[in-house]
Design a protein around this ligand. Structure first.
Ligand SMILES: NC(=O)c1ccc[n+]([C@@H]2O[C@H](COP(=O)([O-])OP(=O)(O)OC[C@H]3O[C@@H](n4cnc5c(N)ncnc54)[C@H](OP(=O)(O)O)[C@@H]3O)[C@@H](O)[C@H]2O)c1
Length: 333
C-alpha cells in the first residue's frame, strides 16, 4: 500500500534554513543516497529510510548518476519510491542529482563536457521517472574542459527546465569564485556548493567558506559524520552490519586505528556533557559554520535518521567547547 506521509512532518519550522541568498530553504539535515540504495540493497529498507526521513520533515534527497552499486541503481530505487509512495508530493521535495564521475564507457561518460553532463541528466531523469530535478550539480571540476563549457551545460539544464537550480561539488575556493561568476552571468546563479566537511576534514575553512558567504551560495556538507566514524558505530569494535565491514570501498577497517578511537572517545565525552551523542555533536559542529546550510547525512537505519534530527535541539557551542574539540582533533592530526 502507498505510504501516507505523516501530517506532523512540518511541525518544526526551525528545521529549514535559507540556502545562501536564494529563495530556497533546505532542511538542516538532508538525506543522501550514496550508500544503501543500490540494486544490491534491500528495497524495503531503502524505502523505509526515505519515507521515515520525509515523515520527519526532511524534504531534500541527494543523488548522483553513479550512486548504487551498480551505478544508476540508487536513482532507479528512488524513482520507484517516488512513483509508488510519494507520487502526489513532488512539489514538497528537493531532489538533486549530479554528473562528473565515471558513468559509462568511452570519452563521453565522465568529467565535465557539455556532451556528458546533458546526456547524463537525461538518463538520471529517466531512471528517477522525473520531468525535472531541483538541483543539477557538476560533481567535480574538470581540469581539461573549459569551465565556461561545464557551467554553460549546467546553466542550459536550468534554462531547459530539466533542473531548477545550478550546483557545484568538490570545487576549490578559486574554482568556486570563477564558477559562481560564470553562472551569474549566464542568468542561472549558483544555488549551492557540496563539499566534504566534517570534524576531521576542515579544508573548506581555508577559503571556500568565505567565498560561499561572499557569493551568497549555500553550502551542503557531505560525509558530515566521516562515513560513520564520527558516531558511536565503531567505539566497541567493528559491527558486521557497519559500512567499513559491509562495503569497505571508501571507509576501510584500516582507518579505524587505536589512535582514532582514542580521539573519538574523547569527543564523545564532550558530546555527553552537551547531552548529545557523538553523531549529534558532530552534525551540530558542521552546522555551526555559517557557510553551511545543511548537513548531508547517509543512513542505514531509520533510527539513525531520528537520532540525527534530534541534533537540532542543541546547535550552540561555547568558545571553551570549540577550543577543547580543536585540541582533541588537532592532537589527532
Ligand atoms: N559530492 C560528492 O562528491 C559526495 C561524496 C560522498 C558523499 N556525498 C553525499 O553525501 C551523502 C552522505 O555521505 P555519507 O553516507 O558518507 O555520510 P555520513 O553521514 O558521514 O555517514 C553515513 C553513515 O554513518 C552512519 N551513521 C549515520 N548516522 C548514524 C548514527 N546516528 N549513529 C551511528 N551511525 C550513524 C551510517 O553508517 P552504517 O552504514 O555503518 O550504519 C551511515 O551510513 C551521500 O549519500 C551523498 O549524497 C557526496
Amino acid at each position: 500500500m502507498a505510504h501516507s506521509p505523516a501530517p506532523t512532518r512540518y511541525d518544526n519550522p526551525d528545521l529549514y534554513r535559507r540556502c545562501g541568498r536564494s529563495g530556497l530553504k533546505l532542511p538542516a539535515i538532508s538525506l543522501g543516497l550514496w550508500h544503501n540504495f543500490g540494486a544490491e540493497h534491500d528495497y524495503a529498507n531503502s524505502r523505509a529510510l526515505v519515507l521515515r526521513a520525509f515523515d520527519l520533515g526532511i524534504t531534500h534527497f541527494d543523488l548522483a548518476n553513479n550512486y548504487g552499486p551498480p551505478p544508476g541503481t540508487a536513482e532507479e530505487t528512488f524513482g520507484k519510491i517516488l512513483h509508488t509512495d510519494l507520487a502526489g508530493y513532488r512539489d514538497e521535495l528537493i531532489i538533486s542529482t549530479k554528473a562528473g564521475y565515471t558513468m559509462w564507457d568511452g570519452p563521453y561518460g565522465d568529467w565535465g563536457s557539455r556532451k556528458y553532463l546533458l546526456s547524463s541528466l537525461d538518463q538520471s531523469l529517466r531512471r528517477m521517472r522525473l520531468e525535472y530535478v531541483d538541483i543539477f550539480y557538476s560533481h567535480r571540476p574538470d581540469p581539461h574542459t573549459p569551465l565556461d563549457e561545464t557551467m554553460g551545460a549546467v546553466a542550459h539544464a536550468v534554462k531547459s527546465g530539466k533542473a531548477l537550480y545550478a550546483g557545484i561539488s568538490n570545487y576549490n575556493a578559486e574554482q568556486t569564485a570563477r564558477a559562481a561568476k560564470l553562472l551569474r552571468e549566464l542568468g542561472t546563479p549558483c544555488l549551492i556548493h557540496q563539499p566534504k566537511y566534517h570534524l576531521f576534514d576542515r579544508w573548506i575553512e581555508n577559503g571556500l567558506s568565505q567565498v560561499l558567504l561572499d557569493e551568497g551560495v549555500g553550502g551542503i556538507a557531505f560525509c558530515p559524520l566521516a562515513q560513520g566514524l564520527l558516531t558511536n558505530r565503531y567505539l566497541d569494535g567493528l559491527p558486521p552490519d557497519a559500512r567499513a565491514v559491509r562495503d569497505p570501498r571508501f571507509l576501510k577497517p584500516g582507518h579505524i586505528t587505536p589512535a582514532k578511537l582514542a580521539v573519538l572517545r574523547a569527543l564523545e565525552t564532550i558530546a555527553r556533557r552537551r547531552g548529545q551523542s557523538l553523531a549529534q555533536m558532530s552534525l551540530a559542529w558542521v552546522l555551526h559554520n555559517p557557510a553551511i546550510t545543511s548537513a548531508l547525512i547517509g543512513a542505514s537505519k531509520t533510527r539513525q535518521i531520528e537520532e540525527n534530527l534530534e541534533t537540532l535541539e542543541n546547535l550552540k557551542f561555547s568558545a571553551a567547547e570549540l577550543a577543547e574539540i580543536d585540541r582533541i582533533v588537532d592532537g589527532a592530526a
